[in-house]
Design a protein around this ligand. Structure first.
Ligand SMILES: [Zn+2]
Length: 169
């Protein structure tokens, strides 16, 4: 099932999400639906608040559906180590058509739970490290535009307000 993606302006995107506590069949189904929703939208990451669910859950696939082994499910993730810096163009399915150079760590290690409720750690570099940070931010109610300069952020917000007024957001 493909969920509609919540856009910037909805409160759920800026609200810290609640931890996942039930690791059962319905979580598995939700995660499968999140991958389907993310792939349909050509995203590399999707967090539960982006489909309107305030849960500390996200999926990542930096292969865009080409490699099943690239799929990562993170329940209750925490970034536990970061190293270096990278500044690349970043976007978000909840802010369609807005992209901006965003500073992130070059490498990041995450601690999370998998679908069976087992804790694991995973390290990523480059795009994967960026995705870890971007998605974990979502679960804290934070969007990538919060990492931009105030000038850039205000300009994006202004454009969105204008689009919303015209019924285009
Ligand atoms: Zn996002």
């Amino acid at each position: 099932m493909i969920y509609p993606i919540v856009k910037y302006g909805q409160r759920v995107l800026e609200t810290p999400a609640a931890p996942v506590s039930q690791f059962d069949g319905s979580l598995e189904k939700l995660v499968a639906d999140m991958f389907e929703t993310m792939h349909a939208a050509n995203g590399v990451g999707l967090a539960a608040p982006q489909i309107g669910l305030s849960m500390r859950l996200c999926v990542i696939d930096t292969s865009c559906g080409k490699d099943a082994n690239a799929r990562v499910v993170l329940a209750n993730p925490e970034i536990i180590a970061i190293e270096g810096e990278q500044t690349e163009e970043e976007g978000c399915l909840s802010l369609p058509d807005f992209r901006a150079k965003t500073l992130r760590p070059l490498r990041a290690t995450i601690r999370a739970y998998d679908l069976s409720g087992t804790e694991f750690t995973l390290s990523g570099e480059g795009l994967l490290a960026r995705a870890f940070c971007h998605e974990t931010d979502h679960l804290g109610g934070k969007l990538f535009i919060s990492h931009l300069s105030r000038l850039k952020r205000d300009s994006i917000k202004r454009q969105i307000r204008r689009m919303a007024k015209a019924g285009e957001w």
